[in-house]
Design a protein around this ligand. Structure first.
Ligand SMILES: Nc1ncnc2c1ncn2[C@@H]1O[C@H](COP(=O)(O)OP(=O)(O)OP(=O)(O)O)[C@@H](O)[C@H]1O
Ligand SMILES: [Mg+2]
Length: 488
């Protein structure tokens, strides 16, 4: 027998026992009835449970390219935490992608911009006017872009004057049914000032202009409903500009922060998720109220979830301080570098980012106690759990609805393959979970099913014969004649 002498470098290249780093299993496994199950770690298939109490804080940062699985992961956290701890969730929904899911899960959606709906940025949400006016000036400084320090002071004075004019005492909280001023009243106050500041008047004027005055709505959507709902999405996609979206998003966060501060501290459960998905403008700035929620959230059991396709959009403070980071597929080198800098990933993990399939992520858990040198690992796939989603199939003014899992089961027993069922899934997802019968028939015919099989399937799920006949005739294109449905 011959014994080779090998350097450790040579040994490493042989990669017999090399696997990506992973925290000790005891750190990943927690009590299923008191922690969020996320899936299995790739190495040794250790089940991964998310227990925010073991982590430095309950905040979660998620990044990855479009379609990589960010929103799916967020929905999984929200759904499971709601069942476990009765955790409520407020989603600042930049692109409107959560609205259909929130509706289907029984939550409330507030659509800004739609049918002239907006908020009143001067709403106090439990704060005193003195606190609120500083927040408003900060928000406009951060996102309105043109206010310098002097203009900020002028604006604060005009805001104070306006609150006073409406009978508020600056240092005192006021009942919520009090008549509120809006930025239009602030504009009047600014115009009456001796040393007029035209750029400042322009900035406020822009927000008070007809058609753009979504932050000046007296009949505003109920902020207290937004802040106290169990599952709420504020859909900002209907607002005409990014500036308005950012300001509305930040306003809601500011009011939520006040609510958080007025809440109790020592509850042993996660109370609230605040989700900012693609809200890049408000997640970027170190002065953002998101940073305050990150700093204080742990104390109040508030968890912030920030998601973005581009990690550079997240403030370093938010990213480097999150107790949990999930990185889905990422290709761009600059983005990967930024993450390496913030999180100190090993090169082995960083290299893997490009090849991650949908739903697979590199997870980074910042444990309270030391995690045996490494707290980053590959999470093989987020094992999501959909809430009870009702799928609706309609046509001719009638609609049947069925729980999505049951509907899928029936598709499988009809004989659809897994990719075909996934295609039907996609059809429902794309159409806000409501599909016309003819579209479903179109899919079944495309998959090669006989008309008779399709007809009995549609009958089984409760569609009427007239609906079925119309659905087929819409799919027959130029074929002549009427479809005759016979018994059996
Ligand atoms: N872990 C998973 N298991 C099964 N399906 C998944 C998983 N993650 C994502 N998907 C599916 O992949 C698709 C895209 O996922 P998702 O909407 O979460 O992407 P995203 O990262 O939020 O993209 P975008 O940045 O465009 O919003 C969805 O249809 C979703 O159902
Ligand atoms: Mg998404």
């Amino acid at each position: 027998m011959e014994i080779d002498t090998l350097t450790s470098d040579e040994l490493a290249r042989r990669a017999f026992f090399v696997h990506p780093p992973q925290p000790a299993s005891r750190l990943l496994i927690a009590h299923p009835a008191d922690s969020v199950f996320l899936g299995f770690a790739q190495h040794l298939s250790v089940p991964v449970f998310w227990d925010y109490r073991r982590l430095a804080n309950p905040h979660i940062c998620i990044c990855g390219m479009s379609g990589s699985g960010k929103s799916y992961a967020i929905k999984t956290f929200i759904t499971r935490a709601s069942l476990l701890w009765d955790t409520s969730a407020l989603i600042i929904d930049w692109t409107g992608e959560y609205a259909p899911w929130v509706r289907a899960a029984g939550g409330a959606v507030f659509e800004l911009g739609d049918g002239n709906r907006g908020i009143n940025i001067m709403e106090l949400g439990g704060a005193t006017p003195a606190v609120r006016l500083r927040q408003i000036a900060n928000a406009l400084c951060m996102l309105g872009g043109i206010l310098d320090g002097r203009e900020k002071i002028t604006l604060e004075l005009a805001l104070a004057e306006t609150y006073r004019k409406f009978g508020f005492i600056l240092e005192k909280k006021a009942p919520s049914n009090r008549r509120m001023p809006t930025l239009k009243d602030v504009l009047v106050a600014l115009r009456r000032r001796k040393g007029r500041d035209l750029p400042l008047e322009d900035a406020i004027g822009r927000l008070a202009a007809p058609g753009m005055d979504f932050l000046c709505k007296k009949e505003a959507i109920g902020i207290s409903d937004v802040l106290s709902g169990r599952l709420v999405a504020v859909d900002l996609s209907g607002l005409p500009t990014d500036e308005l979206r950012s300001l509305a998003g930040l306003t809601i966060l500011q009011l939520l922060k006040e609510k958080m501060r007025s809440g109790s501290i020592d509850e042993a459960r996660l109370r609230h998720f605040v989700v900012a998905d693609e809200a890049w403008k408000i997640a970027q700035d170190e002065r953002s109220d998101l940073v305050a929620i990150v700093r204080e959230g742990r104390k109040y059991n508030f968890s912030l979830i920030v998601a973005s396709q581009n990690p550079n959009d997240m403030s370093k403070t938010v990213l480097a301080n999150a107790g949990t980071v999930l990185v889905f597929r990422l290709i761009e080198t600059g983005m990967k570098k930024y993450l390496e800098e913030c999180l100190g990933y090993s090169q082995l993990l960083s290299k893997k980012l490009e090849g991650l399939p949908v739903g697979q992520a590199i997870a980074y858990f910042a444990f309270k106690e030391g995690a045996g040198g490494s707290s980053a690992f590959i999470l093989a796939r987020i094992e999501g759990e959909e809430p009870l989603m009702m799928w609706r199939i309609g046509g001719d003014g009638m609609e049947v609805s069925m729980e999505s899992a049951e509907f899928r089961r029936r598709l499988f027993s009809l004989g659809l393959t897994a990719p075909q069922v996934a295609e039907v899934d996609g059809l429902f997802e794309k159409n806000s979970y409501r599909v016309v019968a003819s579209a479903l028939v179109g899919k079944l015919l495309k998959f090669g099913f006989a008309k008779s099989a399709a007809i009995s399937f549609l009958r089984e799920i409760g569609l009427h014969d007239t609906q079925i006949a119309n659905a087929f005739s819409e799919n027959r294109g130029n074929e002549a004649g009427t479809l005759v449905i016979t018994d059996g």
